[in-house]
Design a protein around this ligand. Structure first.
Ligand code: GDP
Length: 193
């Protein structure tokens, strides 16, 4: 995983995707503290750092994966910190997003409630063909679990989302999360030649 930091600006639509090389804007949503930044850093850099509050912040990170059928997917990951998500600017944040990952913390029923709010928001403002994933993070803290897996499953099923429980700490299901998203992305139609 060498230097996937892409800089501060978006290069949206710089290169058109083709059927074998997809690129997609991914937005992360969820309560503060559920582990969004840690999930991204585990995915992009293979690291977990519980001590430093890393500001994935205003920048965005990109990471390319290869699916089983050898399609590559370049994720442009937006984790814009803080308040704009709740403001009038929120729809701007979702715009052009092909993927939304809604994260909650399995030890926090409050964060699960907030996840339900985000599902509604995306249905209002997101593009109709957006791929949505629901992520119950901090699965390593099973002795502190307060949100049963079934609740996550049910919410996801009702809303046509993919559901997975992850641990950014142990890296459990982190790669699986992004592989599953990749599989669900709509493929551009092949140009006839
Ligand atoms: P964000 O505000 O959603 O971006 O949350 P962060 O990524 O900053 O994480 C918030 C806190 O939760 C940090 O102290 C992390 O160390 C901790 N954390 C994140 N993911 C996990 C996880 O999977 N397991 C455990 N035990 N702690 C985690």
């Amino acid at each position: 995983n060498s230097g996937a930091l892409n800089g501060l600006t978006s290069s949206e639509n710089a290169a058109p995707a083709d059927a074998k090389n997809l690129r997609v804007k991914l937005v992360l949503l969820g309560d503060s503290g559920v582990g969004k930044s840690c999930i991204v850093l585990q995915f992009v850099r293979g690291q977990f750092d519980a001590t430093s509050k890393v500001t994935v912040g205003a920048s965005f990170l990109s990471q390319t994966i290869t699916l089983q059928d050898s399609t590559t997917v370049k994720f442009e990951i937006w984790d814009t910190a803080g308040q704009e998500r709740y403001s009038a600017l929120a729809p701007l944040y979702y715009r052009g997003a092909g993927v939304a990952v809604i994260v909650y913390d399995i030890t926090s029923p409050e964060s699960f409630k907030k996840a339900q709010y985000w599902v509604k928001e995306l249905q209002k403002h997101g593009s109709p063909d957006i791929v949505m994933a629901l992520v119950g993070n901090k699965a390593d803290l099973h002795e502190k679990r307060e949100v049963p897996s079934e609740d996550g499953m049910e919410l996801a099923e009702k809303n046509g989302m993919f559901f997975i429980e992850t641990s950014a700490k142990t890296a459990d299901n982190i790669n699986e999360l992004f592989q599953e998203i990749g599989k669900r992305l709509p493929r551009p139609s092949q140009p006839s030649s």
